[in-house]
Ligand binder design. Structure first.
Ligand code: WAQ
Ligand code: MG
Length: 258
């Protein structure tokens, strides 16, 4: 069967003269069968044209054929949820889960980095650094260093979709998109865990995910109307090289069975 990758990004020019720059408004990607290409394309353009972040003056849609044999099929991570009263409680819960995951990896090796000593403080610091980024931070837990080639942008996971998702949705479904991304990320070489908070001001649910934990939804991780969010990929450079991991995140075509 023929598959096609569709990618959309939309932006708006802000500022005048020398200060003019492109502000990102909306983006989406799918991998679908040939018969769905046109309809999905239309839905993507609709999504770009109706985004709450603004009216785009640039929309790019890229459509590429993908040979079926290049596609890896993955089973979605199992999903659980944690209800919390406050954002502080949510973050605490997330840090706790990540710390368990990280220490399980660290303990199996001889050379633990200082990361575990004040884990919550360290992750909070890293999280703040991700706020302006469009991609994720790739943080090496073995050496305590950031491994993104472009630190301003971060690393973006791409070329992924849900298997058999013929559904054409002009609106973003946070959970559906996140479970696909998290499943791909968890399967990347050397990946230990992921931490995510949406940057959408009206979406306060976030998650932590790993092969060990599965996908753990944490129902409140920030306050309403807060537009700060980000992603941290916790990676172990003793298990794989950063190049291998980034290559997988950016190039491997993945369909996730949800
Ligand atoms: N690859 C890497 N990082 C990304 C990507 C990507 N493809 N897309 C977004 N990011 C980074 C970027 O820095 C964003 O600011 C940040 O992640 C948050 O992205 O179970 O909507 O798309 O209900 O705002 C979680 C759903 C939704 C929880 C997360 O993230 C649930 C979400 P957003
Ligand atoms: Mg967002």
């Amino acid at each position: 069967m023929d598959y096609y990758s569709l990618k959309m990004r939309a932006s708006q020019q802000i500022g005048e003269g020398k200060c003019k720059k492109e502000q990102h408004i909306s983006g989406a990607e799918r991998i679908v069968t040939r018969d769905a290409v046109e309809e999905v394309c239309k839905a993507m353009v609709h999504r770009a044209m109706t985004h709450s972040k603004g009216d785009p003056d640039f929309i790019n849609v890229k459509i590429e054929k993908v040979p079926e044999e290049d596609i890896q099929i993955l089973k979605a991570l199992p999903v659980t949820r944690v209800d919390v009263e406050t954002a502080e409680e949510g973050l605490e819960k997330a840090f706790g889960l990540l710390r368990d995951d990280t220490s399980a990896v660290m303990a199996s090796e001889a050379k633990p980095s200082g990361l575990l000593d004040d884990f919550a403080t360290k992750i909070s610091e890293l999280l703040r650094e991700t706020f302006p980024m469009r991609g994720a931070m790739l943080y090496d837990i073995a050496t305590g260093t950031r491994l993104e080639p472009d630190k301003e942008r971060g690393v973006r996971a791409t070329y992924m979709d849900a298997l058999h998702s013929s559904e054409v949705d002009g609106k973003k479904n946070h959970f559906n998109e996140a479970i696909v991304l998290a499943t791909k990320v968890a399967n990347a070489p050397g990946m230990v865990a992921e931490f995510c908070i949406s940057d959408d001001p009206n979406y306060v649910t976030g998650y932590v995910a790993s092969k060990r934990l599965g996908y753990v939804r944490i129902m409140k991780m920030k306050e309403m109307n807060d537009e700060n969010g980000g992603r941290i990929f916790l990676f172990d450079s003793r298990k794989a090289s950063a190049e291998e991991c980034i290559q997988y995140l950016q190039q491997q075509k993945v369909l996730v069975e949800v």
